[in-house]
Design a protein around this ligand. Sequence first.
Ligand SMILES: Nc1ncnc2c1ncn2[C@@H]1O[C@H](COP(=O)(O)OP(=O)(O)OP(=O)(O)O)[C@@H](O)[C@H]1O
Ligand SMILES: [Mg+2]
Length: 266
Amino acid sequence: MPNFPPLDRSVQWKISTGAIRFAEAGYRETVEAILSAGLATEVVGLISAGKEADVYLARLHGAPIVVKAYRLYRTSRRGGGSIKVDNMAWRAAFEFEMLHRAWRGGAAVPTPAKRVENLLAMRYLGGSEGPAPRLADLKPLRPRELLEEILAATRALLLAGVVHGDLSAYNVLIHEDRPWFIDLSDSVRVDRLGSSAWQRLQVARQTLARDLASLRSYFARFGSDFDAAPIVDSWMQELVERRELTRARRRPPTPGGTPAGTRVLP
Ligand SMILES: Nc1ncnc2c1ncn2[C@@H]1O[C@H](COP(=O)(O)OP(=O)(O)OP(=O)(O)O)[C@@H](O)[C@H]1O
Ligand SMILES: [Mg+2]
């Protein structure tokens, strides 16, 4: 594992170029909002300043915790105007729900703790030396093995009912020698197929294919390639079979004791 810095490189760069300062307008207000919402009892500092959200390292009664704060009025997107409070609260709620769904289904995501308005608290992945490195910060020693692990974790996430939606090397952290997914803000929910099942599956399939293409281009740099199309096909098939099974189990038993969903041959 390389010597990784406590702040991710983008933040260090932004601080060194003066693009952000800890004292910038908004920092103090966000810290106060985090404390008064009861998400933490102490805010340690900024881990990352992203496009639409800032990520803070905090403590709750001594235990480290991460708080992602969707920005209310400020965005560094080009030409970005102000964004309404409601909208950012909705985004935090959406990410919280996705994290919760994934975590409940046993996928490798930080445990969600609590969401209040535009603030989302979750488990801190990292140690006393700093946050866990992103896949993008590392040069994998055994790329094939790591690729297999990430694919297995992506499948587990899908079977938990979530397609990541932005599976870049920036949104995978390596913690305790395992990959973890963060930043589920663009995820697609596939746990409930509902009435427009076909449409949902199409969106899920396309999103999954995009995610795998992104993984593929990262690992190609280290000489590990894979064919994404058959993986997408077989996982989607598996997803549908599992959902059908759950749906069949939920149906009330038919008279005569034949299990629902079972075809009885003449
Ligand atoms: N639970 C966590 N534990 C440790 N570090 C985290 C955690 N969540 C986020 N981070 C750090 O914060 C960074 C940004 O998080 P995230 O990707 O969720 O925010 P973002 O606003 O979408 O960022 P960007 O706009 O750059 O994609 C991550 O790259 C990671 O370094
Ligand atoms: Mg991100």
